[in-house]
Design a protein around this ligand. Structure first.
Ligand code: FAD
Length: 387
């Protein structure tokens, strides 16, 4: 059976759901294809929470965060629900930190984002739950916020359907054919969808889908783990009492105040093993949990005992920059990939991917996220994931 649509979106995690929402909002016919059930936990957009922040290492990213805050506010208005919980955030830099603070302070200063530079005494006076080594410094940014992962993604799916998108779960894409001027055909076990444009947001499975068009990206999929700890006094870790925090060293860790439950969530950034998304485990990794618990015992001693862990995938480009671009050889196919830090930009990804699919371009400078950049094309490029 062959269906027709203006656009097909492959993958309905946060990014694909946002793209389907935006294309349908603009009046285009959209078919969204998802291999698993909507809301599944095999990818990168499930679980409770994600960090939304301005503090980034380049002015381009800081500017993109300004769009992200606006796009989340627009989604809240359209959906008539609160999605952004502002709690403030601190980037914590021990002496000789592997991730230098200057890139962050310079980038935010250049864009005009306010922040406070704090020393150890300032931090521990303000947040007595935190313990830092001598000589540590911190950047506090008051707008840092928590956005809901699964609920945020579901909200974008509901908005997409509300605007007429046809979202099909358990429809794995098994083939993609480029018919040149005739457009594209996207095949699933249930039939074919003919379309004029294709948006690929398949994250860990991007190469499986793009492989049908002879494209392969230098991606690594890592199996990350977040762990929830139950403090004896959860009130001390409530929003307003504890900010979001990121430990800017190697290893790098990050964590949340309590969010919807009396636990604190924390994790290591890029601490997971490289896996194949097709047959990866869902079981907790005791060694990863132990390393994290050791760090919390030093930095957040009241955080308590681990009560559960959740696995989740990062899909990493060598330069840890996103992909937000058309295929150089076929502009009717555009690719979105969040490189392990894309959730905060999901509504913005949706808007920019729709611009690229419909207009072939956008007013935002996306040159850092092109597919023909050295980070993706230079075989000698030295991968660096800690930013
Ligand atoms: C532990 C963890 C913590 C994170 N924390 C943050 C954070 O604090 N802030 C932040 O901004 N980002 C964070 N991220 C990153 C962020 O969650 C991801 O960048 C984002 O969720 C990626 O969304 P996606 O839609 O591209 O991927 P996914 O949600 O993985 O969606 C891809 C979809 O494609 C589908 N698919 C694959 N192949 C096919 C096929 N052949 N046919 C049909 N469908 C297919 C998959 O089933 C999947 O649903 C974190 C990620 C992890 C893992």
């Amino acid at each position: 059976m062959t269906d027709r649509a203006d656009y097909v979106v492959v993958g309905l995690g946060a990014l694909g759901s946002a793209a389907a929402m935006e294309l349908a909002r603009r009046g285009h016919t959209v078919v969204g294809l998802e291999r698993f059930a909507l809301g599944h936990s095999r990818g990168a957009s499930h679980d409770t929470s994600r960090i939304l922040r301005h503090s980034y290492h380049t002015p381009a990213y800081v500017r993109l965060t300004q769009q992200a805050y606006d796009d989340w506010a627009r989604l809240e208005r359209d959906a008539g629900t609160d999605l952004v919980t502002t709690v403030g955030g601190v980037d914590l830099f021990p002496p000789d930190a592997a991730i230098p603070p200057l890139a962050y302070t310079d980038s935010m200063s250049e864009v005009g984002i306010g922040f406070d530079l704090l020393d150890r005494a300032d931090v521990e006076a303000r947040w007595p739950q935190l313990r830092l080594p001598d000589g540590a410094v911190a950047i506090h940014q008051a707008d840092a916020a928590i956005v809901p992962a699964a609920r945020g993604t579901r909200t974008m799916q509901e908005q997409a359907r509300h605007s007429g998108a046809d979202l099909r779960e358990r429809h794995p894409v098994t083939a993609v054919r480029d018919l040149g001027a005739g457009g594209l055909e996207v095949e699933t076990p249930y039939g074919v969808v003919a379309c004029r444009g294709l948006v690929v947001c398949a994250d860990a499975w991007s190469n499986e889908v793009l492989g049908h068009l002879g494209v392969r990206l230098p991606l690594e999929v890592t199996l990350e783990q977040v762990t929830y700890f139950r403090p004896e006094r959860p009130e001390d870790f409530a929003p307003g009492r504890l900010p979001l925090w990121i430990w800017m060293d190697d290893p790098s860790f990050y964590g949340f105040p309590c969010y919807g439950e009396p636990t604190v969530k924390a994790a290591q950034d890029c601490g997971g093993p490289i896996v194949d998304p097709v047959d990866r485990t869902v079981l907790p990794d005791p060694a990863m949990r132990g390393l994290l618990a050791d760090h919390l015992r030093r930095m957040l001693p009241g955080s308590g005992v681990p009560v559960r862990s959740v696995r989740c995938q990062y899909t990493l480009t060598p330069d840890r920059d996103f992909v937000l671009a058309p295929l150089p050889e076929n502009p009717s196919v555009v690719v979105g990939l969040g490189a392990g830090h894309g959730f905060k930009f999901a509504p913005t990804f949706g808007r920019l991917l729709a611009d690229l699919a419909v207009d072939g371009g956008t007013c935002t400078d996306l040159s850092s996220y092109r597919l023909d950049r050295p980070g993706l094309t230079d075989p000698d490029y030295q991968a660096h994931w800690l930013v």
